[in-house]
Design a protein around this ligand. Structure first.
Ligand SMILES: O=C(O)CCC(=O)C(=O)O
Ligand SMILES: [Fe+2]
Length: 237
């Protein structure tokens, strides 16, 4: 039997992930979800009662595709992922705040961070699922839903690249002050995830650390259907 998701998350080599996050700002997680778990998330997508809203991306000119925000209570595997990933990433978030001479502001556990969100009127759940068909894409954006935001988010690939779909690479664009922007293209295998900055990262330059603004998106899906699971830690207004 496979270990529960919380234990699998704890067993990741976080020291090397932390190092990668410090060096390049983003890091891939090894497959945390089994193929069966990916399939059950794709099944969730059809169950309207699990979601609080559905967004047609074309309508808002966000891209071409559809996404749905989950309702509370989140499905158990998602709750486990959100809580256990938060514990590790809060360490990085506080370290990054230190690089930028800000106080450590992220509590050790998700439930305490969500209390801070609540005090700012951010109470609606933000974890989401996204679906793109041929021709689908997601414009470069940031997912900020109020004054409070957690500096990392995580996205999981739920189906098999170059089998269930083609194209649809994940894109990060880093806006470097007084310089040209840098793009990163990341492919996700089924069950793999990417940790990336929600808004900015501390970048070590000649005069110490400064912030580079980071936006993310998805390139055009050229065939098939691509499903993703996005874990955002701050709640929304
Ligand atoms: O579909 C994707 O991979 C993009 C996900 C995304 O924008 C998010 O998780 O915030
Ligand atoms: Fe996003």
């Amino acid at each position: 039997m496979s270990l529960n998701i919380r234990t699998r998350t704890q067993n990741v080599d976080w020291a090397s992930i932390q190092k990668e996050l410090d060096e390049i700002g983003f890091a891939k997680l090894p497959s945390l979800l089994t193929i069966g778990e990916c399939a059950s998330f794709i099944e969730f997508y059809k169950q309207e009662e699990l979601f609080r809203s559905t967004v047609n991306m074309e309508r808002y000119r966000f891209g071409n595709g559809e996404y749905k925000y989950f309702l509370y209570p989140l499905p158990d595997p998602l709750q486990q992922l959100r809580e256990s990933l938060y514990v590790e990433l809060a360490k990085t978030a506080n370290r990054w705040a230190g690089y930028l001479n800000q106080p450590a502001q992220f509590p050790d556990h998700l439930q305490d961070f969500l209390k801070i969100c609540e005090s700012y009127g951010q109470t609606r759940p933000t974890p989401l699922m996204l679906k793109y068909e041929k021709g689908g894409f997601n414009c470069l954006h940031q997912d900020l839903y109020g004054d409070i935001f957690f500096p990392f988010q995580v996205v999981f690939g739920l189906n098999k690249r170059d089998h269930d779909y083609a194209g649809g690479e994940f894109i990060l664009v880093e806006q470097i002050p007084r310089a040209q922007s840098r793009g990163h293209v990341i492919t996700l295998e089924q069950g793999e995830a990417l940790i990336f900055p929600t808004s900015y990262r501390p970048f070590f330059g000649k005069k110490g650390y400064y912030k580079t603004k980071i936006r993310h998106g998805v390139s055009t899906v050229t065939s098939g259907e691509r499903y993703g699971l996005g874990i955002i830690f701050h709640d929304s207004k």
